[in-house]
Design a protein around this ligand. Structure first.
Ligand code: BGP
Length: 464
C-alpha cells in the first residue's frame, strides 16, 4: 500500500462529543427528538468534547495517520441569523491543533445529521432556506478552519438520514411521506453542491467530497425482472446521491418514475444548474453491507429497521420497485447486517467505473455487544471483519481502482443513534459506566500492525 494511503478511524459529533448544552451550543434535532421521546441519547456520549486530546493521542499511538470527524452545526452557528458561536469555533481549533500536534490528518465532515433544532422547527430539510443556511455554515467552516484542513466532505450519508427521517420514520423528524422525502433529498443535494461551490470559489487548499452510505446492489438471478428491480434499488439506495454529487445529475429514470405519482415542482432549473456545475473532487464510501434484491411481488411498502439487536426483524419492500432478501448462506450480526466483504470489492469497482473519482472508504466496521470491564476486549471477530474488508479494498486496487484511505468505524466506542451505546464499534473500548475509561481492544493493536506493514499483514484471498 502506498505510504500516503490514509489509515484511521471515524466518528460523528453527536455520537461522541457529549457536552450537548455546553459553551453556548444550541440544541440539535437529535437532542430535541431523543429528549422529547425520553430515549437513550448522546448528552454525554464518549465525552470527546473533554477527552479529544487523549483520543487523538491514542490514534497516534495506534499508528493511525488520519481522523475523520464531523463538526456540529449547532455548536458553531447560534441561530437562524447565522451568528457564530466563538466558543464552538475555539473547540474545533483545539481539536484540529491536537490532530496536527500528533501528525494526524483531519478529514472533516461538515454535516453528520445534527441539524440545529432552530432550523428543524422551521421545516428542517423541507425548507429550501436550510440549503442556503448550510452554504453559510460551510463558508464559516472554510474561513475559520481552512488553514488546518485539506480534506472536507459536505454531508455524511444523505440517503441514510433522509430515508430514515422522512420515509421510514425511525429518525427525526420521524415522518413517512414520499413527497417530503423527495423534497428533503433535493434540498440536501442542492446544499451539498452549494458547499462545493463555496469551497472551490473560495480557493481554499485541499479537496472536497461527499460521503455516501454505499450498499451496492446484487440480484437473486439474471432475469430481466430482477435487473429492473436492481435498477430501482440502485436508484433508491445509491444513484440519487452518487450520480448527483459526482456527475451533477439526478438519475433521469428515477425522476421520471416519481413524477408519475408525485409533484416535482420543487425542482428548479437554476438550482439544477448549480448541481450540474459543482461536482465533488472525490467520493467517500461507507460500507457495511450490500443490498440483495428480488422483483417486487405483493404487499404494501414496508421498511423496518432492527434497533433492538434481536435478529430477524428487518425488512425492506418498496411497492412496485423491489424487495430486499437475505442470502441464506451469509452471516448476519444481531442487528441483521449481512457480513459480505465481496460486496465492497464489487462496489468499489462499480463506483470507479461509473465516476472515475478518487475514493476513500470513510467507514467500515461491525457493531456488537461487548463486555468492556475486562482488561482487554479480544475482538477477533472485528479483526477478521476488518481483514476481509481491507483485503477487498486491496483486491479492487489491484484492478486499478484509485482508493486513498480506509477509516474504521469507529475510532472508539460511541453512541449508536437509535441503538444506544450497547452496539459497539470502536477500536478502543469506552466504559460508559466507569468514568469513560478508555482501553484499546485487540483490534486496535492489530490495526497498528497492519498500518505499520502498509497492508502487508492483511491475509489476502480472491473472492469467487
Ligand atoms: C453510518 C453512520 C454512522 C454510524 C454507522 C453505524 O450509517 O454514518 O453515524 O452510526 O452507520 O450505524 P449504527 O450506529 O446505526 O449501527
Amino acid at each position: 500500500m502506498d505510504k500516503n494511503f490514509f489509515w484511521g478511524g471515524a466518528t460523528a459529533s453527536y455520537q461522541c462529543e457529549g457536552a450537548w448544552d455546553v459553551d453556548d451550543k444550541a440544541e440539535s434535532m437529535w437532542d430535541h427528538y431523543l429528549h422529547e421521546n425520553d430515549m437513550e441519547n448522546g448528552d454525554i456520549a464518549s465525552d470527546h468534547y473533554h477527552r479529544f486530546e487523549e483520543d487523538i493521542r491514542m490514534m497516534k499511538e495506534g499508528g493511525q495517520t488520519s481522523y475523520r470527524f464531523s463538526l456540529s452545526w449547532p455548536r458553531i452557528i447560534k441561530n437562524q441569523a447565522g451568528e457564530i458561536n466563538s466558543k464552538g469555533i475555539e473547540f474545533y481549533h483545539r481539536l484540529l491543533d491536537a490532530c496536527h500536534k500528533f501528525d494526524i490528518e483531519p478529514f472533516v465532515t461538515i454535516y453528520h445529521w445534527d441539524l440545529p433544532q432552530y432550523w428543524e422547527a422551521d421545516g428542517g430539510w423541507l425548507n429550501r432556506d436550510v440549503a442556503y443556511a448550510f452554504e453559510h455554515l460551510a463558508k464559516v467552516c472554510f474561513e475559520q478552519f481552512g488553514d488546518k484542513v485539506r480534506y472536507w466532505t459536505t454531508f455524511n450519508e444523505p440517503k441514510w438520514f433522509i430515508a430514515n427521517g422522512y420515509f421510514i420514520g425511525n429518525y427525526p423528524p420521524g415522518l413517512q411521506d414520499v413527497q417530503k422525502t423527495m423534497i428533503g433529498a433535493y434540498h440536501v443535494m442542492l446544499a451539498s453542491a452549494l458547499g462545493v461551490r463555496a469551497f472551490h470559489e473560495g480557493g481554499y487548499q485541499g479537496q472536497i467530497g461527499i460521503v455516501h452510505s454505499y450498499t451496492p446492489v446484487n440480484g437473486v438471478d439474471d432475469t430481466i425482472e430482477t435487473k429492473i428491480a436492481m435498477r430501482y434499488a440502485d436508484n433508491y439506495c445509491n444513484n440519487w446521491i452518487l450520480d448527483t454529487a459526482a456527475l451533477g445529475e439526478f438519475p433521469i429514470d428515477l425522476v421520471a418514475k416519481l413524477a408519475l405519482d408525485y409533484d416535482v415542482d420543487f425542482i428548479k432549473a437554476d438550482e439544477l444548474r448549480i448541481i450540474k456545475e459543482n461536482t465533488v473532487d472525490f467520493i467517500g464510501l461507507n460500507y457495511y453491507a450490500r443490498t440483495l434484491v428480488k422483483p417486487y411481488t405483493d404487499g404494501e411498502t414496508q421498511v423496518v429497521f432492527n434497533h433492538s439487536g434481536k435478529k430477524g426483524q428487518s425488512k425492506v419492500v418498496i411497492k412496485g420497485w423491489f424487495e430486499q432478501v437475505k442470502d441464506p448462506n451469509s452471516e448476519f450480526t444481531a442487528w441483521d447486517t449481512e457480513i459480505y466483504p465481496k460486496g465492497l470489492q464489487d462496489g468499489l469497482i462499480e463506483a470507479w467505473d461509473r465516476y472515475h473519482l478518487p475514493i476513500y472508504v470513510t467507514e467500515n466496521g461491525v457493531g456488537v455487544r461487548e463486555d468492556v470491564t475486562v482488561d482487554q476486549v479480544n475482538d477477533d471477530y472485528r479483526i477478521s471483519f476488518m481483514n476481509d474488508h481491507i483485503n477487498a479494498i486491496m483486491n479492487a486496487m489491484d484492478q486499478g481502482v484509485d482508493i486513498r484511505g480506509y477509516y474504521a468505524w469507529a475510532s472508539f466506542d460511541l453512541y449508536s443513534w437509535k441503538n444506544g451505546v450497547e452496539k459497539r464499534y470502536g477500536l478502543v473500548a469506552v466504559d460508559f459506566k466507569n468514568e469513560q475509561e478508555r482501553k484499546p481492544k485487540a483490534s486496535y493493536y492489530w490495526f497498528k500492525e497492519v498500518i505499520e506493514s502498509h497492508g502487508e499483514k492483511i491475509q489476502r484471498r480472491a473472492f469467487e
